[in-house]
Design a protein around this ligand. Structure first.
Ligand SMILES: NC(=O)c1ccc[n+]([C@@H]2O[C@H](COP(=O)([O-])OP(=O)(O)OC[C@H]3O[C@@H](n4cnc5c(N)ncnc54)[C@H](OP(=O)(O)O)[C@@H]3O)[C@@H](O)[C@H]2O)c1
Length: 265
């Protein structure tokens, strides 16, 4: 039986993934930030599930969650970094995390960066294992002169930078873990699924969570040995050009390690 951790499994795509994987006989670790929402997601999933709590907008909680996973579970076959904050309501302003980091960068990217890094020993010990990063086709190059978007903030820009950062991390980590039996891939699950983040942004949905779940499950269940790729739904695709810029990836790594170190010190 595989053990699969899904972040943001209390709503939308993550909740649907938890349901499908639990129904298929996997042990699913349902992550959320609210105990009642985790309880409800587990109830809906049925099967064998466990719950874990952390608000991903605070790196100390991410750190504690990682330690808890390492304490409670003796293996981890798949980590799905799915939790995310969307574009938000039209005309909403810039937001920061508890650590003073631009909110979408913090939740969509940096939390998954730190969680994954902390869980590498368990993933390697459980190999063959997988990391699946739920990114997006909405990508925009990171402005390293102002990565926290203190000037010229746009909610869509913030979202798109965070999603590209996830893909850059995917490519880096796949290289780092080559030969360990841990694969790392990213994808755009589906366009404008009918989920809370899309409804909040007042965008008319054009896909179902089922369509997104099928694209993610392909990376969870199939494509053995495939690593370091970005998929647009089921099709391998090219990400924004910055994702292939080794210097930009190095800058992102340094920025991330620095932000994590400062938040946890
Ligand atoms: N919807 C789309 O069309 C679309 C397209 C491309 C990519 N994606 C990506 O797909 C993923 C899932 O999105 P979705 O559409 O399913 O969104 P959703 O229905 O809004 O669900 C988002 C999930 O993330 C969790 N989350 C948000 N902020 C969090 C925080 N600070 N700490 C812990 N958990 C937090 C939410 O928890 P709560 O239940 O507590 O709110 C929820 O479980 C995201 O990464 C998104 O960027 C979505």
């Amino acid at each position: 039986m595989r053990t699969i951790l899904i972040t943001g499994a209390t709503d939308g795509l993550g909740k649907e993934l938890a349901r499908r994987l639990a129904a298929a006989g996997d042990r699913v670790i349902v992550h959320g930030r609210d105990p009642e929402r985790v309880r409800r997601a587990r109830e809906r999933a049925g099967g064998l599930t466990e719950g874990i709590l952390a608000d991903l907008s605070e790196l100390r909680q991410v750190e504690r969650m990682a330690s808890e996973v390492l304490d409670r579970f003796d293996r981890l076959d798949v980590l799905v970094n799915n939790a995310g904050v969307g574009g938000g309501r039209p005309f909403s302003g810039r937001q920061e995390s508890a650590d003073g980091i631009e909110l979408r960068f913090a939740v969509n990217y940096l939390a998954g960066y730190h969680l994954t890094r902390r869980l590498i020993p368990l993933l390697v010990a459980s190999a063959p294992s997988r990391v699946v990063n739920v990114a997006s086709a909405g990508q925009q190059a990171i402005d390293f002169a102002d990565p926290m978007l203190t000037e010229g903030y746009g909610r869509q820009r913030a979202y798109s930078q965070s999603k590209l950062a996830q893909i850059m991390f995917t490519f880096d980590l796949a290289e780092e873990l080559a030969g360990t039996g841990v694969t790392v891939n990213a994808l755009h699950p589906a366009t404008f699924m009918n989920t809370s983040m899309v409804r909040e942004a007042m965008v008319p949905p054009i896909s179902s969570v089922g369509q997104g779940a099928e694209a993610v499950l392909r990376l969870v269940d199939e494509l053995d040995g495939v690593t370091g790729r970005y998929f647009d739904q089921r099709r391998e695709s090219r990400a924004d050009v910055q994702a292939y810029d080794l210097e930009a990836r190095k800058r992102l790594r340094h920025l991330s390690d620095d932000l994590v170190r400062r938040a946890l010190s």
